[in-house]
Design a binder for this molecule. Structure first.
Ligand SMILES: [Zn+2]
Length: 195
């Protein structure tokens, strides 16, 4: 089921914690809860998790063959604003995860570089953005670029880390630009032949 997001409550009807519940083969609800960031005044009792993201995470865990830790998943708008961020991050929609694990950054760096099996599988799962950092990776399942390309950034070794909302789909402007050029060409051709 593409693009389906499930809302997982943190507690059952009796108020008992559901942290132990497996939301996928390798990940528990508790791991997502610990990666949830909000203001102390906000009462967050459930978290949205896209199925595509879960499949991608399970695949990465299996391929890596080592534990993967969720640094960050869902972040509320109020939390982002308090941190001075735009609030347009995919984390606010629960569509993004920051993950760390031994060899994970290298695995994804190679995938993007070589467009290998890992890359193809991740794209099939609907991963449309990959960000590399020194000791973690960001993946998210935002809508694809207009020409299907991947949103990608490599901030390893950079002092100022980019927010995932700062990455733009330039292909749209490419399409607009080329269309404009074609229109101008036709226009000048018509004008020339009139004389
Ligand atoms: Zn992130």
């Amino acid at each position: 089921m593409k693009n389906s997001i499930k809302l997982y409550p943190f507690y059952d009807d009796n108020g008992k914690s559901l942290d132990y519940v497996h939301v996928s083969e390798h990940f528990t609800l508790g791991e997502f809860k610990n990666a949830c960031f909000h203001l102390p005044t906000e009462n967050i009792v459930n978290v949205p998790i896209p199925l595509d993201l879960l499949y991608a995470m399970d695949y990465l865990r299996k391929t890596l063959g080592k534990p993967i830790i969720i640094n960050s998943h869902f972040r509320t708008l109020a939390y982002e604003k308090q941190k001075g961020r735009s609030g347009r991050s995919q984390h606010v929609l629960g569509k993004a995860v920051d993950l760390r694990g031994e060899g994970l950054v290298e695995l994804l760096a190679t995938a993007v570089k070589e467009k290998n099996e890992v890359y193809k599988k991740l794209r099939e799962f609907g991963v449309n953005a990959i960000g590399l950092y020194y000791n973690f990776v960001h993946i998210d399942v935002r809508p694809a670029k207009i020409l299907g390309g991947l949103y990608y950034w490599d901030d390893r070794g950079k002092k100022k880390k980019r927010d995932d909302d700062a990455v733009i789909d330039w292909s749209l402007w490419g399409v607009v630009g080329i269309s404009l050029l074609v229109i101008l060409k036709i226009f000048s051709y018509v004008k020339k032949n009139r004389k």
